[in-house]
Design a protein around this ligand. Structure first.
Ligand code: 3H9
Length: 707
């Protein structure tokens, strides 16, 4: 089937793009539109042209698969798109872009090269290229400021958030919001403007502002970008391109845009972010899970345990409009949980995230309870009690007795064995892990842990549920800590070892923060509470091998009552606003312990701090992949980006390793194995891929082909 259709109704020609699902500008699409346009120009009967998308949307942008090919060294060309933009704007007959769904990236750029733009009220328009490590490369940085002014163009190109039709009309992108049938309205509009000389956006200068105002707008947005998009290069390149629009004639500005676009396209940041775009969509596709498996309907939920996690999870359900029971065994625990929910909602209202009315509506969906009454109606029940196996088994036995036959029985355990938890019920096939990350209503990750007996239907239902809860669901296998926390352990181990070796916490954290992590590993542990790890460590003490070094300092801090932020001290000291500062006792304790244990004091460079923490993470990731606990390396990447604050523009830990080159990572792991022993045994899969000159991405692909 052809990618672009041409038709005519009366004196108006219609060019329809038919490239499902999102009408991306794949090879053949710009050429097809150009061809249609030439036909319309050549037809003496035609007085105007409408450009419209078939199916659910206008054009969602350039074909991102093409960028992936370019990243893999295959040739790709933007020339047909650039030629189309000129053809459209130079057309002697007016061209009207008729927009529904989304006009994003190259889609908006095509629309802006048309002479007029009309849209339905639900349309979304934007330049989201920065989210792929790019800038608009289809003259968008030059046309957009001409339509909306410099400040608005900066906001749209630098932060990449789309805007709705109403805002686009006010800003000057759209000429009209139409009601009724879009095509009919666009044709009528085209007839109305047919006799007018077609206006060219590139010829406009009226909105380009004056140097003083532009300099101020640029300085403001640059500062905001450096804060909100720390470490990323594309937002700064977008600023430079828009600045060029204010200083250079249109064509020269386009030239500058092309240079900046090419540099972004060649960058590791773009490779990483394009990888993440596809990874986010791959994690929902589980090999071997039949497409015919239908998810169960979910109308009501129940949560057991009103602690930090339980009350956070109840909010997640309420935020998605799902009524939820929140049970605890004591009045005081329940009151504490409900109070923290109220405070959270009140803060959201104060910060303007939603209205008081919205907050009240959400709160009304949460029903506190001390009994299991009403649990028989719940479609999903989430256990979020203390991380203790005996307690969890008891709760599951109780849930089993009250839940309806096809309910999803989920545990929010972060480390414990799902199969053992399931064994407390008569229906292990209904039991699954729903591992939310703290704070549950903020973090986007939901680790979905399948047990040995978990049914496909429960897995599919959990994936659907994740979408409804606006989370990214990633299915993983069952082992201690699953994917996220099992990898987190060696990452934190190295961070603590480094402190024990005489490197202050702030130096260790700083290296990882500068790498792009949302927080350093020691600050994260202070936030989560050091007592959590302390308790788990005591539970698993019997698994430790005599003669092997394990992190001790965190336990020593706990013995002092330093549990992290909540006690005002952990790896750092915290003031009443939870602002951290170095705690002199921490390094004292570290030195005393190191002297006793014979640990040499060796200052590490930021590079070594990074390598030890991150390569420990990657080595464990490779082991999880080989064991099949992680299905693909992309699953690990998404878990780390959405659950652990790993910078998306580094692609996640496994993509980061690919970009460094696995041989380099492997060599360093071997070096650390030589220096530090046991913990650094290279994962066999890392060794194999490094020696083959391969990558984790290639491993994913070869596994997908084998399925
Ligand atoms: C650009 O335009 C650069 C320009 O300046 C030009 C330079 C010269 N390409 O997300 P969904 C696929 S950069 C290829 O699940 P939704 C997607 O992978 C681009 N494929 O649906 C998925 O495939 P699968 C700027 C694309 O309804 C399927 O479509 N544009 C593209 O939740 C459905 O997607 C963007 O960054 C694409 N452009 O959301 C927009 N877009 O079924 C990126 C989607 O095999 N796209 N696919 O997994 C989006 O934001 C969302 O996909 C959209 C729909 C809002 C459109």
């Amino acid at each position: 089937m052809s990618l672009v259709r041409y038709s005519r109704s009366g004196a108006v020609a219609t060019i329809t793009i038919d490239n499902p699902p999102v009408n991306a500008l794949s090879p053949g699409v710009p050429e097809g539109i150009s061809e249609g346009l030439q036909k319309a120009i050549a037809d003496p009967e035609v007085v105007a042209v409408v450009l419209i998308g078939g199916g659910r949307t206008f054009i969602a942008g350039a074909d991102i698969q093409e960028f992936r090919k370019i990243h893999q060294g295959q040739a790709g060309s933007l020339k047909p798109l650039l030629r189309l933009l000129t053809d459209l704007e130079e057309s002697p007959k007016p061209v009207v872009a008729a927009i529904h769904g989304t006009a994003l990236g190259g889609g908006l750029e095509v629309a802006m090269a048309c002479h007029y733009r009309v849209a339905v009220a639900s349309a979304q328009l934007g330049q989201p290229e920065v989210k792929l490590g790019l800038i608009p490369g289809g003259e968008g940085t030059q046309r957009l400021p001409r339509l909306v002014g410099v400040a608005k163009a900066l906001e749209m190109c630098v932060f990449g958030e789309p805007i709705g039709a109403k805002e686009a009309l006010q800003a000057g992108i759209l000429d009209e919001i139409v009601e009724g049938e879009l095509l009919d309205a666009a044709v009528a509009y085209a007839q109305r403007v047919a006799h007018l000389p077609p206006p060219k956006t590139s010829a406009r200068t009226d909105k380009l502002g004056d140097p003083e105002a532009n300099a101020a707008a640029i300085a403001t947005v640059r500062e905001a970008a450096q804060k909100r998009m720390r470490g990323q290069t594309a937002p700064l390149a977008a600023i430079e391109a828009i600045e060029a629009a204010t200083k250079l004639p249109f064509r020269e500005g386009c030239q500058r845009e092309q240079e900046l676009f090419a540099a972004c396209l060649a960058s590791d940041q773009s490779k990483a972010l394009v990888h993440v775009f596809f990874a986010e969509r791959t994690v929902g596709k589980i090999p071997g899970l039949g497409r015919d498996v239908q998810p169960l309907a979910l109308h009501r939920a129940a949560v057991v345990g009103a602690g930090t996690m339980g009350s956070g999870i109840a909010m997640v359900y309420a935020n998605a409009g799902i009524p939820v029971l929140l049970k605890d065994s004591t009045e005081s625990a329940l009151t504490r949980g409900m109070n923290s929910i109220r405070t959270n909602y009140a803060n959201s209202v104060k910060k303007g995230r939603f209205s008081q009315q919205d907050a009240d509506k959400r709160l009304a969906l949460i029903t506190p309870t001390l009994s299991y009454d009403g649990f028989e109606q719940a479609d999903v029940i989430v256990e979020a009690v203390f991380e203790n196996m005996a307690l969890k088994k008891q709760v599951f036995a109780e849930i089993d007795a009250v839940a309806k036959p096809d309910a999803v029985l989920a545990s929010n355990t972060s480390t414990l064995n799902i199969d053992e938890i399931a064994s407390a019920t008569q229906r292990p096939e209904s039991v699954i892990g729903h591992h939310f990350f703290s704070p549950a209503h903020v973090m986007r990750l939901l680790e979905i842990v399948r047990g040995r007996a978990t049914s496909d239907r429960i897995i599919v239902t959990s994936l659907e549920l994740a979408k409804r809860l606006r989370k990214v669901g990633v299915v993983v296998g069952n082992c201690r800590g699953f994917v996220g926390n099992r990898m987190f352990a060696p990452y934190c181990r190295e961070a603590i070892f480094l402190v024990e070796e005489g490197n202050p916490p702030e130096q260790v954290d700083q290296a990882l923060y500068e790498f792009g992590m949302a927080m350093g590993p020691l600050a994260v542990q202070d936030l989560a509470g050091l007592d959590v790890g302390w308790r788990i460590r005591k539970e698993f003490k019997h698994t430790e091998i005599p003669g092997i070094r394990y992190p001790e300092l965190d336990s020593l801090l706990c013995e002092q009552g330093f549990f992290g932020q909540k006690t005002g001290a952990g790896f750092y000291r915290y003031d009443e606003n939870r602002k951290p500062s170095p705690h002199p006792r921490v390094m004292e304790l570290a030195r005393e312990y190191a002297a006793k244990a014979g640990i040499p004091q060796t200052p590490a460079t930021p590079q070594e701090i990074l390598e030890r923490c991150l390569y420990a993470l990657i080595n464990e990731g490779a082991a999880l992949l080989a064991e099949g606990i992680a299905l693909r390396s992309v699953d690990i990447d998404i878990i780390y980006i959405h659950g652990y604050g790993f910078p998306a523009w580094r692609g996640g830990p496994m993509k980061y390793a690919d970009l460094l080159g696995l041989d380099r990572v492997y060599q360093k792991v071997c070096e650390f194995y030589g220096r530090f022993g046991y913990h650094w045994r290279p994962a066999p899969l890392l060794e194999q891929l490094a020696k083959e000159g391969s990558s984790f991405s290639a491993y994913d692909q070869s596994k997908a082909k084998g399925q």
